[in-house]
Design a protein around this ligand. Sequence first.
Ligand SMILES: [Zn+2]
Length: 467
Amino acid sequence: MIKIFNTLNKKKEKLVPICSKMINMYVCGITVYDLCHIGHARTLIFFDVVFRYLQYIGYNVNYVRNITDIDDKIIKRAHKRKETYDQLSNAMIYEMQKDCKMLNLIPPKYEPRVTNYMNEIINMIQILYEKGHAYINYDNDVLFNLSTYKNYGVFSKKIKFFLSTKNIKHHTFFQKEKNCDFVLWKHAKSNEPSWPSPWGKGRPGWHIECSAINYGIFGKNCDIHGGGADLIFPHHENEVAQSVCAHTGAQVNMWMHTGMVMYKNNKMSKSLGNYYTIKSCLKKYHPDVIRYFLTSSHYRSQINYTNTSLKQAYYAVKRLYFALLGTMSLPIQYKKNKFYLKFLSAMNDDFNTPKAYAILFTLARKINSYKEKNMHQANKLSTILRVLSNLLGILYDNPDNFLNRHLNLSQNKIQQINTLIQEREIDRKFHKWKAADIKREQLKSMGIILTDTKNGTRWFIKNNKKL
Ligand SMILES: [Zn+2]
């Protein structure tokens, strides 16, 4: 039985699927006006872990992650780049999907684009309008009338915050809107992309798209709705208001939110300009290092992006790959193994990944200690380490590749190393132990460490400073 912290009730609750062994999961995706950054990566990677894990424990997971491909920011950026909005959004979707692939994310079952859901969006606004929850303002925009929904603010538990005039004054949302009513349908200005609607040509507001797409795909059967914690207000608060008013009653069972990635005491975000793109991080770090950095803290906690924390992540992942070095997977039964069971129980407790990683490091230590005396046992444990790490989306690489990454060694140097290793192999074959040791020392003086395994000798750089 898996327990998940439900933002709605602020407590851990048992995951009870609406339909038997099926989980419908909707996660708010990217607004594609620029490249994705590490803040986005945290949400993308965490829900990838949720997706992998729920499937592994036997659920059929319908994972939907939307793409916001029309938005004010997209229009503005496309205009600046002298492109159409869809040229920009298509280019950014392409880059986003490349990033996701590099980070070893399993694609969601469905990635709906807002522009493909205009009918659903317009239908939902129409229902809200007919029920008296929406009105047209002087700018010909359609707005949600919050005075018609008495529970506004209950979801984000910020109702007291709204009512404090001090906070209202400083809250950008209020500064912009003067009242809390938010846009459902934005009337198009000239030269803006637009879609026909009963209220004239325009485009949807940001919040209505997720309510309408989610309802269009899952109806009222959404088990999990996820996103970053910065979406709790106003995005998810507004989603709840729209969905409850349009279709009466809750549409989502559980809400899950990932904590923010901080950089120099501020939330990493494009609007603040303090961000690192996924691409720039991938140039420097192996995808597993990024995944580890973003999942080794509990998903609800805040994390700080620093060079030191990324380096620590590198050394942590290196320990795991080092344990796998020279081992091979065996066709064994492991589902009663105590490490395996402990790992599952950590994950079943609201995806406690820090605890899950601690189990992987214990396994790694055991494997290293068995390598000298009992290779069969080392191989058995390495099989379990691989299976469990793969659930977190890491350790798919060949250990040699990881450990020798970014060597920047010339082909001549690599050839020299391989030749010495081959000569040493011959020495060993003919029991010339002294000559073999000399070659090992020679390689050591070059900073190369050897590991002899059943499958041959492997080498890696001792203090590989480059990550
Ligand atoms: Zn959303």
